[in-house]
Write a protein that binds this ligand. Sequence first.
Ligand SMILES: NC(=O)C1=CN([C@@H]2O[C@H](COP(=O)(O)OP(=O)(O)OC[C@H]3O[C@@H](n4cnc5c(N)ncnc54)[C@H](OP(=O)(O)O)[C@@H]3O)[C@@H](O)[C@H]2O)C=CC1
Ligand SMILES: CC(=O)N[C@@H](CCC(=O)OP(=O)(O)O)C(=O)O
Length: 342
Amino acid sequence: MIKVGIVGGTGYTGVELLRLLACHPEVSLQVITSRAEAGLPVSDMYPNLRGHVDLNFSEPDIDALAQCDVVFFATPHTVAMATVPELLQRGVRVIDLSADFRVKDIALWERWYDVKHTCPELVTDAVYGLPEVNRAKIRDAQLIAVPGCYPTAVQLGFLPLLEAGVVSKDGLIADAKSGTSGAGRKAALGTLLTEASENMKAYAVAGHRHLPEISEGLNHIAGQTVDFTFVPHLTPMIRGIHATLYSTLNRDVDLQTLFEQRFADEPFVDVMPVGSHPETRSVRGANVCRIAVHRPQNGNTVVVLSVIDNLVKGASGQAIQNMNIMFGLNERLGINTIATLP
Ligand SMILES: NC(=O)C1=CN([C@@H]2O[C@H](COP(=O)(O)OP(=O)(O)OC[C@H]3O[C@@H](n4cnc5c(N)ncnc54)[C@H](OP(=O)(O)O)[C@@H]3O)[C@@H](O)[C@H]2O)C=CC1
Ligand SMILES: CC(=O)N[C@@H](CCC(=O)OP(=O)(O)O)C(=O)O
């Protein structure tokens, strides 16, 4: 059994890790931390875990975490980078759901996160945990930076087009909508029921902290610098991201075949039939990115529709997919669940 620790077990990604890992046949949960809830049985806080998780939350303690084979960080940015160097030194593998190790350009990361990085040398070694791009590197990785939720939906949607070089590198646009759980569990005015329901709005149009992460990923996939615009929106749903992606064809190509072939061996990317409109509820609770590709009026504009559950393929499910690859397990183990519909 793989001995697993989770730092930040009370947040939305933390409890989603617990929901999935509790049923994982190769995992033994050892440590689940929360400073605020230390001592409390996990299932007192999350009754859905009653009968499945019988641990108590504990204060983060490096010696206890060092007993694990792998530690997940489901913590706000800058928490992981304080502890990860020592855990790695002590032979523990780390899967970080925050942005601490996602962006290779440290100066750029420091500008967006407004803080000095305390272990930039580890960012170089960290593997960006998007299995559809980096599966081979993930196998041997000691440190995984799990992609953000918007970055997962956007990069997977553009992936076949940029790899094949069939769209212009200029004018890539992502118009993306997120549910409120993307903002985390902390109390915030914008995610109150009365503020977020019966309402929809764009935010961070001038620049979002996911912009450097997505741009770096798209540049890597394209093998050159792309010109990319990202506009996130908050929508009145709890889970889900719907990304509508625009680009311009530079040659004639059978888009459906291109997408189907690129993702043919991917266990968690579903290319839908021609003319489809994927819905966020079709991936709710599931580790799936469901994609449809369109070419309206047979013109030169490609429209890709990409949906994920921000807490699953956009965070905790993808983190476990990385763990399965790192430990040589069947990639689907523990995360092959079907979405709840309706
Ligand atoms: N929500 C989403 O859809 C997604 C989130 N992410 C990322 O995952 C991470 C977690 O997100 P989310 O679950 O939403 O966050 P939450 O704010 O809901 O939860 C944060 C957790 O971290 C713990 N924590 C906070 N500060 C510290 C600290 N200094 N030391 C140790 N533990 C700490 C908290 O417990 P306590 O304070 O009691 O210790 C809590 O359990 C973030 O980096 C987020 O950006 C990534 C993709 C999607
Ligand atoms: C709706 C909402 O607020 N979403 C968050 C993004 C999700 C997230 O937690 O960011 P990471 O993927 O970087 O960890 C935001 O816009 O900041």
